[in-house]
Design a protein. Sequence first.
Length: 136
Amino acid sequence: MVGSADPFQLFRILHEVAKNNGLAAETGVAFMLDQCHNIEAKIPAVIRSVMNVQEATAKALLVDLDALTAAQRSGDVLAANAVLMDAYNTDVRSLLAEIRQEQGLDPDPVAAYRNSGWQQKIVAGRVGGEQAGWGA
């Protein structure tokens, strides 16, 4: 899942995207997930990946770019790191849950999926079916 092994790396990537205006709608940048789930259920894993991206993006948007630029220009590595760490260490989960609720969505997308019964419906629909493959 995106951001599961190294959430700080995901944050750093999204910080670079955000500071270079890559999140602006007019750029036309399309973001995609390329995942292959072997152990975990696919749909909940993709939902979790999207939530991880949302969290990293929210944190990236909290970076004080003026303070970061000033620290970088003065060669103050510790101050630059502190600016990034302040944003990264901010817990944005409740804010994201609130935004989801304001949009008429469940604040916890994984729980909403589990409670929807969709996974059970998928599993039941596959009982007695044939395995997909390349004809092997």
